[in-house]
Write a protein that binds this ligand. Structure first.
Ligand code: ARG
Length: 569
């Protein structure tokens, strides 16, 4: 049961108006409080305490109410009956949405032949958790890994391979795709091609021009470039797949990127032309997305660059068109770096103006940067910008060191699970928009607001349940202790938390909830012994029931964050 909703609905029905219901942090005076009397007193010109005294007895009639008290200038505190809490707390289960939506989510969005950077970490973690929450609430979602596979890097990489191996037949204009070519790309080398080519192009304008020419021909369907591209695409898809597994995120519904979207450029261009939306500017084809009300600069949206090539802008608009055809979503949500905000604002306007997709059904969730202690984007020890794998490796080392120090013996698999939890939980804990400082030793601590603490609590609960080896059925009667009561109320807040996390697009709420739940679980664990010999059977049964509910709730939260519970810690 969603306790808050139940109590709120019942009170509103009883009073015949909508009362504002609060949940005080300190529950000593009540589990809920309302300022209804104070609000009504103002509109009715009455004394708030007198009005509260009239409302209180009505609330006292509700069958779940233990007692009602009046405090301060007219606050009404409501305490819920223990038995009501015991009988109605349940473990979370897949929900049915009252108004189920179909939502396209664009996250991950890795690039072909370019190693994954630190920014890909946040889009993956936040996007995946948001996707899991949305599904849990009963909506239909489609995750799109909008792969970067059509732009400048492709031209540079192909040009680079041409420089290394000019003898390969791929570079001939009459290349026949059926020609067998004895050439394999080394996976490690491939990751270096783009940075090398990009650095070289900066100093060598001839090479730069060649890369641009190749890109344009590639987009126009040059068979040799395409055959080469297919080779490194296969490698990149494998790398992406490894990343998905390493991060324990759900597999994408679509691993289709810019190249796929490019197939829809033609119909989109027809729409744009019919509406006279494309005009020429400095040799490029652009769309004006400015509004009269704009105060900030709003540059035109680049439909085709001055060389006639497709752009990040055009393929993104075509991708919207494609998604509309394929999924017909009620909303499209993008998870990228905050720095892409302008691009998405332009995209949403262009889509809206062309009638392809309405502006107000788009959302861009822009996230901040992962920084080092110096406040600059996190770097590895050798001073290079950290990649996605570096972050996980660093966390792994930190967990290993901690475990060795504590004298624990944990296998490599367990260490990996803990390190990933450290990274992901810490990421989710921060408000998406804000930057945060990545401190490997702090996030891997087994105490405090950390992933390892969350897992540790779950492992401990699990081991109690395993040792008890009993049935965990609900007791008919059981006198709750304060700790048990607080824990059950928190469990009854799960649904409310999830709904707020979804409505506010705030994945930090689920991380904070998990932490609060763990705190209350540990309080319960310390103050209410379960399996000790001197504990009477009926109390043992009651506590086991509560421990099981806590475990089921915590493991659902853990699952929604894409973490795994190790078998020992
Ligand atoms: N591939 C881009 C990057 O790595 C992100 C793409 C985000 N999605 C989109 N539809 N533009 O930065």
């Amino acid at each position: 049961m969603n306790l808050y909703k139940y109590v709120s609905d019942s009170i509103n029905e009883k009073l015949g108006f909508k009362a504002n219901l609060e949940t005080p942090k300190n529950r000593d005076f009540g589990d809920f409080s309302t300022n209804a009397a104070m609000v009504s007193a103002k509109t009715e010109g009455k004394n708030p305490r007198e009005l509260a005294a009239q409302i209180a007895p009505k609330l006292q009639e509700l069958d779940f109410v233990e007692n009602v008290s009046i405090a301060g200038p007219g606050f009404i505190n409501i305490k819920i009956k223990n038995d009501f809490i015991l009988q109605n707390a349940v473990a979370p289960k897949q929900m049915i949405a009252t108004k189920p939506l179909t939502i396209d989510m664009d996250y991950g969005a890795y690039n072909v032949a370019k190693s994954l950077h630190i920014g890909h970490l946040r889009t993956s973690i936040v996007g995946d958790t948001f996707n899991r929450i949305t599904k849990f609430l009963g909506h239909k979602t489609f995750s799109w890994n909008h792969i970067g596979d059509w732009g400048k890097p492709m031209g540079l990489i192909i040009a680079w391979i041409e420089r290394l191996h000019p003898e390969l037949p791929y570079f001939q204009d009459d290349f026949d795709p059926k020609t067998p070519v004895d050439y394999e790309i080394d996976e490690k080398e491939l990751n270096n091609y783009y940075p090398s080519a990009s650095a070289f192009a900066k100093e060598n304008s001839e090479f730069q021009a060649r890369a641009q020419e190749i890109k344009a021909k590639f987009q126009a369907g040059h068979p040799g470039y395409f055959a080469l591209y297919e080779k490194f695409l296969a490698i990149s898809l494998r790398t992406m797949n490894n990343t998905v597994q390493r991060l324990n995120i759900l597999p994408f519904d679509y691993d289709l990127g810019e190249r796929n979207a490019a197939k829809y450029l033609e119909p989109v261009e027809q729409i744009l032309r019919a509406k006279n939306m494309i005009y020429e500017s400095d040799g490029a084809q652009v769309i004006n997305v400015k509004r009269d009300t704009d105060t900030a600069p709003m540059p035109p949206y680049m439909w085709r660059d001055s060389r006639g090539a497709d752009t990040y802008d055009s393929t993104d608009l075509a991708a919207v068109y494609c998604r509309k055809q394929v999924d017909n979503p009620d909303r499209i949500i993008y998870f990228t770096d905050l720095r892409q905000s302008l691009h998405f604002e332009q995209l949403f306007r262009a889509a809206d103006m062309s009638g392809i997709y309405p502006y107000d059904k788009f959302e861009h969730i822009g996230y901040g940067t992962i920084n080092g202690k110096d406040g600059k984007p996190f770097k590895t020890r050798d001073g290079n910008a950290a990649g996605l794998d570096d972050i996980i490796d660093i966390a792994n080392e930190a967990v290993k060191a901690r475990v060795a120090e504590s004298g624990k013996k944990l296998d490599d698999e367990t260490i990996k699970i803990i390190a990933l939890a450290a990274v992901k939980f810490n990421d989710l804990l921060h408000d998406v928009k804000s930057d945060y400082i990545f401190e490997p030793s702090a996030i891997t601590s087994f105490e405090g607001k950390t992933g390892p603490y969350i897992l540790y609590t779950a492992v401990r609960l699990n081991s109690v349940l395993k040792r008890a080896n009993g049935d965990f059925s609900k007791p008919h009667e059981y006198a709750l202790t304060t700790e048990e009561r607080s824990l059950l109320i928190e469990i009854m807040d799960f649904e409310k938390t999830l709904l707020s996390a979804y409505e506010n697009r705030a994945t930090d709420m689920i991380a904070n909830y998990a932490y609060d739940l763990c705190q209350l679980t540990n309080n319960f664990y310390h103050n209410c012994p379960i399996l000790r010999d001197d504990i009477p059977t009926d109390i043992k049964a009651g506590r086991l029931y509560i421990a099981k509910l806590a475990f089921d709730t915590l493991s659902t939260a853990i699952d929604l964050m894409g973490l795994k519970i190790p078998s020992e810690m």
